[in-house]
Write a protein that binds this ligand. Structure first.
Ligand code: NAP
Length: 331
């Protein structure tokens, strides 16, 4: 059986990817940080087939030990401080985890190596936030980076060092430049899930207001379940390369809000939504829209879930879970 090692297994993508790889016949190992990580319990409950290994992207020896234990064929580096807003208030931690963590993972792979005939393949979770103040629209693999947050800057370092290790040491290392992808497992701090969760709670009478930053920001939102397939496909090619993964369709936060309220059967969404400048970013990224032509052509990848289905999936999920938590009946 092929063996995969995933950092960030407790995150949205880690859980989707673990499920997907298990379905492909992989033995799946996941790295968990901290001494009593509550999210690890959730992973064990949901996916008993995953073997959890302790480790931290800030600690090189722990990465080496984890790889020696897992002996993987493929490493997916999804671990990161991934919330842009937090990266402004904890910039050094973000640089260390999201940026330098990639370098440590690559070094750990060089140390453990896999076999010469079967070297470890590496996937780096890069981000459309690297494009930031976009130089062109849509963005593809050749678009220049201009990150607008400590998170984006750290991801640029992670991307560049991945390319550099591929070119310097002949490693099979790929960088997936993924545009926003969401789903019911998205952290509640991210705007998509914040919206669908609040809408569900408003519908159930558990909350009265949704407070947001700017509604004009435009994002290319896809479904996480579709996007993890692209990660795996990148590691199955003859040669390593970098790919933009995106739906190619952008929507504003306003459209997301409108659709989520409509999905829950609530009219007049404006009555429930308030904007607060405290949620504005110090430097905004206005429009991100990706051109995934290369991924379509070379990987045969394309998204299956569209924006409307994605919002419906998330609202339905949040209605069910919030109703169960509160012990109220679904309307
Ligand atoms: P997520 O839900 O925020 O998950 C992040 C994961 O990183 C969590 O499992 C977290 O563990 C782990 N982590 C944090 N600090 C760590 C450390 N010091 N050592 C080891 N692990 C650590 O993020 P996601 O949405 O699944 O995204 C996965 C990756 O793709 C991230 O690198 C993200 O930046 C990138 N990305 C995501 C998107 C998107 O739209 N979702 C788009 C482009 C790129 P704990 O739970 O224990 O904190």
């Amino acid at each position: 059986m092929p063996r995969a090692f995933i950092t960030g297994i407790t995150g949205q993508d880690g859980r989707h990817l673990a499920e997907f790889l298990h379905g492909q016949g992989y033995d799946v190992y996941g790295m968990v940080k901290g001494q009593s990580n509550p999210k690890a319990v959730q992973v064990v409950d949901e996916m008993p087939f995953v073997e959890l290994i302790p480790g931290d992207l800030a600690d090189l020896p722990s990465l080496v030990a984890a790889l020696e234990l897992a002996q993987p064929d493929e490493v997916y580096n999804l671990g990161a401080i991934s919330f842009v807003a937090l990266s402004f208030s904890q910039a050094e931690l973000t640089a260390n985890t999201t940026g330098l963590g990639v370098l440590r993972m690559l070094e750990a792979i060089r140390m453990v190596g896999g076999t010469q005939s079967n070297p470890i393949r590496f996937y780096q979770a890069s981000s459309s936030e690297m494009f930031g103040k976009v130089r062109e629209t849509p963005q593809d693999e050749r678009t220049a980076f201009h990150p607008r947050s400590p998170y984006g800057c750290a991801k640029v370092f992670g991307h560049d060092i991945t390319v550099n290790y591929r070119e310097s040491y002949g490693m099979y290392a790929c960088s997936g430049i993924l545009f926003n992808h969401e789903g019911p497992r998205r952290g509640i701090e991210f705007v998509s899930r914040k919206v669908t969760n609040a809408v569900a709670r408003i519908r159930l009478g558990l909350q009265h207001e949704l407070v947001l930053g700017t509604l004009d920001t435009k994002r290319d939102w896809g479904y996480a379940g579709d996007f993890v397939r692209a990660m795996w496909l990148m590691l199955q090619q003859d040669e390593p390369d970098d790919y933009v993964v995106a739906t190619g369709t952008a929507h504003t936060v306003r459209e997301l809000v409108e659709r989520a309220f409509a999905e829950a059967g609530i009219e007049g969404w404006e009555r429930y939504v308030r904007q607060d400048p405290k949620f504005y970013r110090p430097a905004e990224v206005d429009l991100l829209i990706g051109d995934a032509t290369k991924a379509r052509r070379e990987l045969g990848w394309q998204p299956e879930v569209d924006f409307a289905e994605l919002v419906k999936m998330m609202v339905d999920h949040d209605m069910r879970t919030e109703a169960t938590k509160a012990g109220v009946a679904l309307p």
